[in-house]
Design a protein around this ligand. Sequence first.
Ligand SMILES: Cc1cc2nc3c(=O)[nH]c(=O)nc-3n(C[C@H](O)[C@H](O)[C@H](O)COP(=O)(O)OP(=O)(O)OC[C@H]3O[C@@H](n4cnc5c(N)ncnc54)[C@H](O)[C@@H]3O)c2cc1C
Length: 290
Amino acid sequence: MKPSIFGYEAPTTLEAAISLLAGDPDAMVLAGGQTLLPAMNFRAANPSLLVDIQHIQGLRGIAVGSDAIIVKAMVRHREFELDEEVKRANPLIAEVMQHVAHIPIRNRGTVVGSLCHADPSAEMPLLLALLGGSVVAQGPSGSREIAAEKFFQSFLTTARNHDEIVVEARFPLLPAGAGWAFDEVTRRHGDYAVVGVGCVLALHRSGRATGVRIAACGIADRPIRLKDAETILNGTTLGPLDLDAAVAASLVAVTQPDDTNVSQSYRRRALGTLIRRMVARAAQRAETVA
Ligand SMILES: Cc1cc2nc3c(=O)[nH]c(=O)nc-3n(C[C@H](O)[C@H](O)[C@H](O)COP(=O)(O)OP(=O)(O)OC[C@H]3O[C@@H](n4cnc5c(N)ncnc54)[C@H](O)[C@@H]3O)c2cc1C
C-alpha cells in the first residue's frame, strides 16, 4: 500500500520543529523512519505533516558521563551498539543491541525513536526501565525530565505531549562490579522479543546478592520491572529456592493475552526460564564487592 497524502518539513532548529508540532495536532516527528514509514504505508499512521528532525543541530552524539550515558535524539541504534566508550561504561548495552532488528534497520533507526514508539516487546524501552533511566522532552514551555517508569504508559503510548520532542535519553552506568545479562525468546533472530529479560546485580563477598534489578519486555503493555522478584532475591545467595520464589512472584506480571503466535502460558514459561538464566549469568559476571 501507499501512504495517504502528507506534508513534509525538515526544520534546522528545535524551536521551529516544536512550533510545527504545536501548530498541527496531526503532525508527527520523523526520526529514522524505520517504524513510522512502514506504519504509514499500511495506513496504520496517517500524519498530516512529517516533521523530520534529522537536520536539527544538537540532536546528535553520545556523551558518557560519570553516572549516565546521554544519547541524543538522532543517535542510530548502530552507533550506540558500536561505541567503544559505551561498551566500556555499560557492557549490558552491546548485549541488548544485537537483538534489535537487523543491521540495515539499526543503521537507520534511532534509540530515542524506539523509546518514543514504546512497543512493549522492544528492547530499548526494557533497557531504559531496567537501568532506571529517563528521557528529556522539550516543548513550547521548556524541557522536562521523565523517568522511565512514568514515560512508558501503555501499548505504543508514552507520557510525551504531542508538541514535545524527546531530545535525549539517559541510560545510567552499571554500579561498580555489577554483573549484567540480557536475552530473549524470539521466533527469528531480529524479530521483536516474544519475551525478553534483563538483569543487573552485585555480589557481596559473603555471596549474597545486592542491588538486584530485573525487567522484562513482551509480557504486558509496557516494559515491566519485576520488583517483587528483586526484593526476594536481594540478600540471598541466589539458590534454587530463592529463584523458584522469584519466578513464582513474577508470573502475575504477565498480562499479555494469547495471540495468534503465542499463548499467555507460553510467555509465563519463557519468563521463568529467562529469569533463572539471566540471574545466573549476571551473577557469574559480577565481581564480589565488600
Ligand atoms: C522489520 C523491522 C524489524 C524491527 N525489529 C525490531 C526489534 O526487534 N526490536 C526493536 O526494538 N525495534 C525493532 N524495529 C523498530 C526499529 O528499532 C525502529 O528503529 C524504532 O522502533 C524506531 O526508531 P526510528 O528512529 O526509526 O523512529 P521513527 O520510525 O522515525 O518514529 C517512531 C515513532 O516515534 C516518534 N518519534 C521518533 N523520534 C522521536 C523524538 N525524538 N521525539 C518524539 N517522538 C519521536 C515518531 O513520531 C513515531 O511515532 C524493527 C523495525 C522493522 C522495520
